[in-house]
Write a protein that binds this ligand. Structure first.
Ligand code: PRP
Length: 226
C-alpha cells in the first residue's frame, strides 16, 4: 500500500447505511464492490486514490484506529466508553446511529424483586465494563457474562435474568418478551482519529475533521429544510 494512503474504518451493519451518505458529502465514495452483497472483500478502494475503506465489526473499528492500523473511522459512543482507548481522539458527534444502551429483563419478572436491595446480580452483556460501572454507582456488584450477540435469549434460557444491550427500535426486545428497565447511555456515532496520526499529519487530519464538521452541518441543514 502507498505510504500516504489513509485508511478509514467503518462498522458493519446499520450504521454503515447512515454513514455512506455522510462520507459522500465529505467527497469519499466507496468503489462498486463495497456495495456488492456477495463480495467477501474487507478493504475497498474509493474515488480518492489517497483513501481506502475497511469494513469491520464496531468493536474492531476502535481497535484498528487505536493501534494506528487505520488512521480514522466512525464508531458508537458505546464502544468508545467500553474500551476508553488513550490513542483515540473523538472530536465530532456524527449525529447518526442513534440508539441507547439499556438494561432489560423478562416482562413477567419486572417488579418481582427489588434490584436496589440486591448486593449481587448477574447480567449477560457485550459491555461488561459499562455494566459494572453502572451497577457500582448503585453499590451493586454485577457479575457479567460476556456474550457477543443474541443477548436477548439469555434470560429465557436461564443464563442471566437481565441483559445489557443496545436498543434502537425496541423490536428485538419485544420479540423476545423483554422490557427495558433502565437506560445506561444515550449513543450516537463519533468520528475517531488515531492520536499519533493527528500528531504526525496535523494539517491532513485536521483537514478531514473540518470536512466532516462541514458535512454534518450540511446534512443537518438539509434535514431542517425538508
Ligand atoms: C443490535 C442489538 C440488538 C438490536 C436492537 O444488534 O444488539 O440485538 O440491534 O435493535 P432494535 O431495538 O431495533 O431491535 P444488531 O442487529 O446490530 O446485531 P448484533 O447482534 O450483531 O450486534
Amino acid at each position: 500500500m502507498e505510504n500516504d494512503t489513509l485508511i478509514f474504518a467503518l462498522p458493519k451493519g446499520r450504521i454503515c447505511d447512515e454513514l455512506i451518505p455522510l462520507l459522500n458529502t465529505c467527497g469519499i465514495e466507496p468503489a462498486a464492490d463495497f456495495f456488492d452483497p456477495d463480495s467477501r472483500a474487507l478493504m475497498f478502494d474509493t474515488n480518492r486514490p489517497d483513501i481506502k475503506i475497511i469494513r469491520v465489526r464496531a468493536f474492531d473499528v476502535a481497535t484498528f484506529v487505536a493501534y494506528g492500523a487505520a488512521q480514522f473511522g466512525a464508531v458508537g459512543k458505546d464502544v468508545l466508553d467500553e474500551f476508553d482507548y488513550d490513542e483515540l481522539y473523538a472530536p465530532l458527534d456524527l449525529n447518526i446511529g442513534h440508539c441507547r444502551l439499556s438494561v432489560a429483563m423478562p416482562e413477567q419478572q419486572v417488579g418481582l424483586e427489588d434490584e436496589n436491595a440486591a448486593s449481587h446480580i448477574r447480567i449477560a452483556t457485550k459491555y461488561p465494563h459499562l455494566t459494572r460501572l453502572h451497577y457500582e454507582r448503585k453499590g451493586i456488584q454485577a457479575e457479567c457474562i460476556k456474550l457477543n450477540g443474541a443477548m436477548e435469549i439469555a434470560p429465557v434460557l436461564g443464563l442471566a435474568r437481565r441483559i445489557v444491550d443496545l436498543v434502537s427500535s425496541g423490536a428485538t426486545l419485544k420479540a423476545n418478551n423483554l422490557v427495558e428497565t433502565e437506560t445506561i447511555l444515550h449513543i450516537t456515532s463519533r468520528l475517531i482519529i488515531n492520536r499519533t496520526a493527528l500528531k504526525t499529519m496535523p494539517a491532513r487530519m485536521n483537514g478531514w475533521i473540518e470536512t466532516f464538521r462541514e458535512a454534518i452541518e450540511r446534512q443537518e441543514n438539509a434535514g431542517q429544510d425538508r
